[in-house]
Design a protein around this ligand. Structure first.
Ligand code: ADP
Ligand code: MG
Ligand code: ZN
Length: 613
């Protein structure tokens, strides 16, 4: 039971109590309060012939006087009224003048007087018992439903998502079109003796649209679609994972033909017996149950199990064998064309300027996932709204790209004059070297507005997506990276801390060139060290050294010689093309930001020849 409900119940009950109490007190206080007099006074009034009638109720004597006012008197319980009054000297003649009524005690007063004081505590205690009992019972029923999966049936017809809402991912869609067909026309396949695929595993980095695609399958197939996140199997209480799994599969089977989607399956599908978290834990039992359930589908069962993960490397091999998740659909980070398509999909419901160039934005966003691109379009709209614009313009989207990559602009950070000059020259140095080298990526933007951690930045991006990178391109990159450092040294005969990030990036690239890509002239095609990478995260998790100390020293030497080469190339360019450098730096100090077109126009005047490192 939800706590809000408890509070509501309690509130209602309290309200009822209060109104009952108010009712009683209003009965008691109804009408004028009679004046209370003593027995002797009453006797005097009777003797003075001032009393018209008397009403006796229990021990209360109510007298109506000749002026119509009412008084009340209390007598002893044992003696009768006439007896009492006689003792006060009232004669029987005087009494006979007065109308005397003896009333049985009224229901109200009797009950309220006797029962209420006992009844209220009983009611209160009874209510408390009832309340506690209810709590306990709902708790118990909750305990009984632990084993039920809180599986959700997705209504495929309410905001239905179809394949048209998923841009790119062509191969993945093709695979899934087949699955949809299996579900829609299962008879066709079964008649031929073909088996309906059991499980389809969607693999891919985060944000590439796995969940979206699974929903699109449901939208296309128009069959019941059950969605559960693997972590929900094992949340809260130990020992329920297996029974929840059983329940989820049962629910899906009852609704067949249907789709059961287990999102983030790596939460339970981790390789068993890996030694982490004990050998016989909850997760393992849940996984076993999934395996059992998938094997337990009979030939005719028309349930397709979809699952998604971004960690296929850690999945238990048993999940992947035939009859289980034997179909694998891989979703990659989108390429240029797909990025454009995704941007268009997310631009559909936004008010955009007519001249939006999606291609250019796609060019600036290599490595962005679908989720990043969706976020980018949204950020663009937010930026435009903040500037009180009526439509989202190209600039807003560019700014959103940079915000997503580098963090928000920090215009509030004020430079001293000298610092601004250093930053402008530093960035101009990067940009100039990039513009001078044949193998460097074109400059998309130069800016000296602080963003995130960076004081300024030069955005250079490949024209096309690149899956390979050559040695020459690496060297050109290195030279561009040293462009800022070299400029500071040449122009100011000093180095600032602003170059430190450049240096660490450069040494990392160089080390990889030598030890991983076999790009050094001295060692040739050999790699050093064994690194284990998480396939989809691209992150190194361990680095094993398999070479001697003397080789390590050689590697260090080779790294510094490559760095020196790149650094010298940068220095040469800066020295030779100082007039261009000054022009860029001056322009930057004036405008703070140079977009690609402005920058190209500026550089064109100098008619550079492109050179190699
Ligand atoms: P995950 O692979 O991590 O499950 P999601 O499916 O949750 O990623 O994707 C997150 C969001 O990113 C989606 O809701 C959608 O807006 C956007 N998105 C991702 N890929 C695409 C795509 N191919 N086409 C359109 N939108 C996409
Ligand atoms: Mg997901
Ligand atoms: Zn720099």
């Amino acid at each position: 039971m939800k706590s809000s409900k408890i509070i509501k119940n309690l509130f209602v009950t309290i309200l009822v109590f209060i109104s009952v109490i108010l009712l009683f007190s209003s009965v008691y206080t109804a009408g004028e309060q009679p004046q209370i007099i003593s027995l002797s006074e009453l006797a005097q009034k009777i003797q003075a012939d001032e009393v018209r009638s008397l009403t006796v109720e229990e021990n209360t004597v109510t007298a109506t006087l000749s002026d119509d006012s009412i008084t009340e008197t209390h007598k002893e319980a044992e003696t009768s009224l006439t007896e009492t009054l006689g003792q006060f000297g009232v004669s029987s003649e005087q009494l006979s003048q007065i109308a005397i009524t003896v009333q049985e005690p009224s229901g109200w007063k009797f009950w309220s007087g006797i029962l209420l004081p006992t009844l209220i505590p009983i009611l209160v205690i009874g209510f408390l018992f009832w309340f506690m009992f209810r709590q306990a019972r709902s708790g118990a029923s909750q305990a009984l439903s632990f084993g039920k999966s809180n599986i959700r049936l997705f209504a495929p017809f309410k905001d239905r998502i179809t394949f048209a809402d998923v841009a790119g991912a062509t191969e993945a869609k093709q695979e899934l079109v087949e699955v949809v067909d299996f579900l829609k026309n299962s008879k066709k396949y079964l008649d031929l003796g073909a088996q309906i695929p059991r499980g389809v595993l969607l693999l891919g980095p985060p944000g590439t649209g796995k969940t979206l695609l699974a929903r699109a399958v449901a939208g296309e197939a128009q069959v019941p679609y059950f969605h559960i996140s693997a972590s929900e199997f094992v949340e809260m209480f130990v020992g329920v994972g297996a029974s929840r799994t059983r329940d989820a599969f049962q629910t899906a089977k009852k609704a067949a033909p249907s789709i059961l989607f287990i999102d983030e399956i790596d939460a339970i599908g981790r390789e068993r017996g890996a030694g982490l978290g004990g050998g016989h834990d909850e997760r393992e039992q849940t996984l076993n149950q999934i395996l059992v359930e998938m094997d337990g589908f009979d030939k005719e069962a028309q349930v397709v199990v979809l699952a998604a993960t971004n960690r296929p490397d850690i999945l238990d091999p048993a999940l992947l064998r035939p009859g289980r998740f034997d179909r694998r659909v891989i979703l990659d980070l989108p390429d240029l064309k797909d990025r454009e398509a995704i941007l268009k999909i997310h631009g559909r419901n936004k008010k955009l300027a007519k001249d939006i160039d999606y291609t250019r934005i796609a060019q600036r966003t290599p490595g962005f996932s679908g989720a990043d691109l969706a976020n980018l379009m949204n950020e663009g709209a937010i930026l435009a709204a903040r500037k009180n614009k009526k439509v989202v313009a190209q600039d807003d989207l560019y700014e959103a790209v940079e915000k997503v990559i580098l963090g928000p602009e920090r215009r509030s950070r004020v430079f001293g004059k000298k610092e601004k000059e250093i930053t402008a020259y530093h960035e101009a140095g990067h940009a100039l070297v990039a513009a001078s080298l044949k193998d460097a990526d074109p400059v998309h933007k130069v800016s000296i507005i602080a963003r995130g951690q960076a004081g300024g930045y030069t955005l250079k991006l490949p024209i096309e997506d690149r899956y390979l990178k050559t040695r020459k391109q690496f060297l050109a990159d290195l030279a561009v990276t040293f462009g800022g450092y070299a400029t500071e040294e040449i122009m100011f005969k000093d180095i600032s801390t602003g170059a430190s990030n450049d240096l660490s990036v450069a040494s990392e690239i160089t080390r990889k060139m030598v030890s991983k890509y076999g790009m050094s002239e001295k060692f040739g095609p050999i790699t050093f060290g064994k690194t284990q990478e998480l396939i989809f995260l691209g992150r190194e998790i361990s680095n094993e050294k398999n070479y001697s100390e003397s080789v390590a020293a050689e590697i260090d030497k080779e790294v510094s010689s490559i760095i020196e080469k790149a650094y010298n190339a940068a220095k040469k360019i800066i020295t030779k093309r100082k007039s261009a450098l000054e022009a860029i730096a001056k322009e930057l100090m004036k405008k703070e930001t140079l977009e690609r077109d402005d920058f190209d126009a500026l550089i064109k005047q100098f008619k550079f020849k492109l050179i190699e490192v």
